[in-house]
Write a protein that binds this ligand. Sequence first.
Ligand SMILES: [Zn+2]
Length: 500
Amino acid sequence: MMRNITSALMVCLLVASCTAPAPESDTYATFMPVDHKILAEGYDQYKETDIRTRRFKHDTLHGVFGEAKRWKAAAVGQSIEGRTIFEYTIGTGPVVVLLWSQMHGDESTATMALTDIFHFFEASDELDAFREDLLSKLTIVAIPMLNPDGAERFRRRNLLDIDINRDAMRLVSPEGALLKARRDHYQAAWGFNLHDQNRYYAAGSQPLPATVSFLAPAYNEEKEVNASRGDAMRLIGIMHDVLAQYIPGQLAKYDDTFEPRAFGDNIQKWGTRTILIESGGMPGDPEKQEIRKLNYIALLSALQAIAFEAYPHKSLQTYADLPFNNSNRFFDVLVREVRVQREDQWFTVDLGFRRSEINNADATNYYYRGSLSDMGDLSTFFAYEEVAGSGMEAVAARVHPSVFSAPAELQALDPVALLREGIGYVRLRQKIGPMQQKGLAVLPIGETQEVADQVNYESQNTILLRSEAGMVKVIVHGTVYDLEQDADKIRQRWAALTAL
Ligand SMILES: [Zn+2]
């Protein structure tokens, strides 16, 4: 308790307009008319079902918003490639809340959540009185997919190859200039800067990923806290308390270093209470559909905390206590304490694998390219999937001695039997594209392609794990297959290859 008071006073000293001590009791809940559980329970009836994966395009998104009866659409600008950037508004209240998403084209989680929030406000049901009340207090302005050219290619940067989030000073990008113009037009009271972050961040020192990270961006190098940044911190505290019910320990704070070229930092500086939300990784949720739902719950909770003025009744302590993102603490796969060979000697090491998503030609799908990204003592790291390597040896997969012409010739081979013999590759004259190799445990390679004969740092080669009883697992491009449990899956996928 003493610590709470001291820290509140310290913050207060930095707050220019702080004349009375900030309320430190968390009594905000009584000002929140709709419990987050009700929002979560009703989610499925509002969820936009045409968008189910992270890769969707401008046309699909605005097709969804095109069904609007209550939201008003306005074409407010164009991307470099000529895609219309739309702004959607609802509500008649005096407090303007501006939300923008997907400034980075490959960060679409919050855009998906905005389609669900769109439907929430289009709906008519037992929450009508709440909606009406909320929309009499707020004007909600959403700019989903600020970077449609980047989204088209599912990549971070815009068509000029610049990072829009480093363009808030110079405003060279039409997308960045547009965001500034809309903020200035409304002089928005609140701004939500919606992103996705690296899924290898841990939440502080916890062995858990930072599934959602928040930031009330700094508006100067000194990271001072004025009244409006303080309000943003209080609101984040409320969103934290809500999400902690769903993902305890998986909430963190983004790096708060002032970046003079970033939008969040500048919008905070321009007087809008700004909140950054970063959607990270979550085990078992590669397409981020659960995190999308969490965004929906957090954003609707934030909107009501603003509308019904709950946020002044939240202390600053929760924000202060949020752990920072701990970068690069996670691997996709971590094999602990396995033996590897160099010359005639065996050594015990940990093996950490990470995988990258490589888009297909039209960026509607992807495949993984994985590599052994670290080896040695990785005891201070965590992983989405851990493998106990004790008593096992890690060895490089070998190549089948024959050369095959076409996939049909591979039908006679059993991929599980090959892996048990230590074989992870077959040479095939007919070229098989990477998308057609997706999910294969035994990879087709070209007639002359070389393969390392030992476990090598940074190598993309297939690694097998061998126990006394024989081969038990294989790791292919950062994905683990158990030769027993996944045998059917491995064979089914192989059958699809040989049918090509
Ligand atoms: Zn981003």
